[in-house]
Design a protein around this ligand. Structure first.
Ligand SMILES: NC(=O)C1=CN([C@@H]2O[C@H](COP(=O)(O)OP(=O)(O)OC[C@H]3O[C@@H](n4cnc5c(N)ncnc54)[C@H](OP(=O)(O)O)[C@@H]3O)[C@@H](O)[C@H]2O)C=CC1
Ligand SMILES: N[C@@H](CC(=O)OP(=O)(O)O)C(=O)O
Length: 358
């Protein structure tokens, strides 16, 4: 089994900490020989217990990063842009969770269950960088890929219900603080007003990230362009409305689809349940836990690896129309898990070994 030195940049953030937790598990393709953790200067020196050893957070620095075989970047795009090209030049595999390289034509944008063919050594030998998609894009493309293959997708309309952890650790603190403040002082303000444009506690906001000229938000635009890139279908008709909701972890998506082929809800459920990484929870008889039988909520998806699909039904707005609900843990499959699965795949298919021998 390949033994690797793995780096996490942004190790103190919500994605970095989730990656830290997941890396303590066993993988089929590699073992963590050594874990290196990086963050900003203010976190340097903090100590974490990883398996039987202690790992001290380092302030991000190129020299130390060069000792890694594979690095997971979970920081702002600007940090990825600064460090990744220098590390890639040295042949070090960089998996980027930020949006810095997602639209770059030489960088594969990968969800292993959907387009693992992009992880072949030849595809990344010159620039060993792989981008991990947006946390709403990942579950969406898994569902679309499964259904497109069988029923031929024409268009998709999606509305998201995104938890605050999608906006990072400070956003989790804002929801906590606003909620506490409401019960203690009947006041919804909090000290960090720059995270969300309006108060998020007891509210919903049809605004995730910045506004573009065409009226879409940045998040909506990413869902559309990333889905087209991953499915290799640049003309796919797709509309997205992204909404921030006052939940902590787990993003939901309400999706309406039109297909070329005739389709029933039962066929959709059957097709999705056979797709790796998707769990269909939509039938009372199938599941034991009471609150888990008919549909899955963000709280139930929290901490789980699967993308859950519920509420599958025909809709008459399109001739061959289907509506459904998707929910997944935005920090796991939506971020850290997907990135670590990419490393595992690159270990299994020989890409990392070829990079090390280069
Ligand atoms: N949250 C999510 O659901 C998803 C996030 N992403 C992307 O993943 C990335 C990380 O997001 P997230 O974990 O949510 O963010 P957080 O705000 O929770 O964490 C940010 C991390 O970056 C570190 N950092 C900040 N400034 C610097 C610096 N100058 N040098 C080095 N490290 C620094 C922070 O360290 P310190 O604690 O020391 O400040 C912290 O570890 C972002 O690009 C985000 O868009 C992608 C998909 C989903
Ligand atoms: N923007 C997402 C998180 C995410 O995936 O971001 P990005 O696409 O910038 O990595 C959210 O707030 O829920």
């Amino acid at each position: 089994m390949l033994e690797l030195t793995i780096g996490i940049v942004g190790a103190t953030g919500v994605v970095g900490q989730t990656a830290f937790d997941i890396l303590a598990d066993d993988f089929s393709g590699f073992k963590v020989k050594k874990l290196k953790m990086y963050a900003s200067r203010s976190s340097a020196g903090k100590v974490f217990n990883f398996r039987n050893s202690k790992v001290t957070i380092e302030e991000i620095n190129l020299e130390s990063l060069q000792e890694c075989d594979a690095i997971l970047f979970a920081t702002d795009a600007a940090i990825s842009q600064e460090y990744i090209p220098k590390l890639a030049e040295k042949g070090i595999l960089c998996i980027d969770k930020s949006s810095a390289f997602r639209s770059h034509s030489a960088v594969p944008l990968v969800v292993p269950e959907v387009n693992a063919d992009q992880l072949a050594y030849e595809k990344i030998a010159k620039f060993p960088v792989i981008a991990s998609p947006n946390c709403c894009t990942i579950p969406l493309v898994m569902v679309l890929k499964a259904l497109d293959e069988k029923f031929s997708l024409i268009r998709a309309i999606v509305s998201t219900y995104q938890s605050v952890s999608g906006a990072g650790k400070p956003a989790v603190e804002v929801l906590t603080e606003e909620t506490k403040n409401f019960f203690v002082n009947q006041d919804l303000t909090c000290g960090k007003s720059d995270i969300f444009p309006k108060s998020i506690a007891f509210n919903v906001m049809p605004y995730v990230a910045g506004l573009l000229e065409n009226g879409d938000t940045d998040e909506e635009s990413k869902i559309i362009s990333e889905t087209r890139k991953i499915l290799a279908n640049p003309k796919l008709l797709l509309a997205a409305t992204s909404v921030r909701v006052p939940t902590f972890v787990g993003h939901g998506e309400s999706v309406t689809l039109e297909f070329k082929n005739k389709v029933t809800a039962a066929q959709v459920k059957e097709t999705l349940s056979q797709f790796s990484g998707i769990s269909v929870i939509d039938e009372k008889s199938k599941f034991e836990e009471d609150d888990y039988e008919l549909f899955v909520t963000p709280r139930e998806a929290h901490g789980k690896d699967d993308v859950f699909v519920s509420r599958v039904r025909k809709t008459e707005v399109f001739e061959n129309g289907i509506a459904l609900w998707i929910v997944s843990d935005n920090l796991r499959k939506g971020a850290a898990l997907n990135a670590i699965q990419i490393i595992n795949f690159c270990a299994l298919n020989g890409t990392i070994l070829s990079l090390k021998r280069k």
